[in-house]
Design a binder for this molecule. Structure first.
Ligand SMILES: [Zn+2]
Ligand SMILES: [Zn+2]
Length: 255
């Protein structure tokens, strides 16, 4: 199958270390179609309607799917005018408010990548059930405000530091509510090569419920861009049907 890798970042528009030309070159090598999804949000370059429109115009010059990765929970909403110019929008949580204080996930990301020896989110998160409920509340609230089409790297949450085994780190009640929420809104769950998510038990629940899945390398540099080993493995392992894989109706002409 000719996959659409929905999740890639450029240096021109967000925190990638690659140009759109390099991404297209990688897409050709990996025999996939490619979607660009630079970060949008208050803390990002793409933080205004004019810039979003300029980004959409830029993307329309290339044979790519036009996406965004919206930083959920930061009070920035894409206008209807801009939203229409994009094929899809990934909604991702990169930080959350805990006890009234914003907790960014960059220490978590460093910890996962091995750049931080120790990370203890328990210092801030005293009640994990409350935390997981707040995560679901955020997804609901954001969906009401801006209809994101894909939930990006859904388990990239501080809970990852609780156990090496995600099945111990994440509660089943949260998995079930998450799947129900995505199903209700017809939002695809991203299978992320960068974050190796979702894990087996969550994936099984999502497949059994009939959810749609998008595939994403979350590539920031050529070496990892368009690499979809983990999504392909999960699709095969859980027998995900082709019609359950997120795609766009517009045909992307690959040179
Ligand atoms: Zn992200
Ligand atoms: Zn990303």
């Amino acid at each position: 199958m000719n996959y659409l890798d929905c999740h890639n970042h450029t240096a021109e528009w967000s925190d990638g270390r690659q140009s759109i030309e390099q991404i297209l070159e990688r897409a050709k090598e990996e025999k996939v179609r490619v979607g660009l999804s630079d970060h949008a949000g208050l803390g990002d370059y793409l933080n205004s309607n004019d810039r979003l429109l300029a980004y959409a115009d830029f993307l329309s010059q290339y044979p790519v799917a036009r996406g965004l990765e919206m930083d959920l929970g930061r009070g920035f909403t894409v206008s209807g005018e801009a939203r229409k110019k994009f094929d899809y929008m990934i909604g991702s949580v990169h930080g959350m408010e805990v006890n009234g204080v914003r907790m960014g996930f960059s220490p978590l990301i460093k910890f996962i990548k091995g750049g931080l020896p120790d990370y203890n989110p328990g210092a801030q998160i005293k009640d994990w059930d409350l935390f997981f409920q707040a995560h679901l509340d955020l997804l609901n609230k954001e969906y009401a405000e801006q209809q994101y089409s894909i939930l990006g790297h859904c388990t990239m949450l501080p809970a990852l530091a609780r156990s090496k085994n995600p099945e111990e780190a994440f509660p089943e009640w949260w998995e079930e509510k998450l799947v129900t929420t995505l199903l209700l809104y017809n939002v695809a769950m991203e299978i992320s090569n960068r974050w190796i998510t979702p894990y087996d038990r969550l994936m099984k629940k999502a497949v059994d419920a009939g959810l749609t899945f998008s595939v994403g390398s979350d590539g920031h540099e050529p070496l990892k861009t368009c690499v979809l080993d983990y999504p392909k493995e999960m699709i095969k392992k859980f027998g995900v049907k082709e019609d359950r894989i997120f795609d766009i109706p517009r045909k992307i002409e690959v040179a």
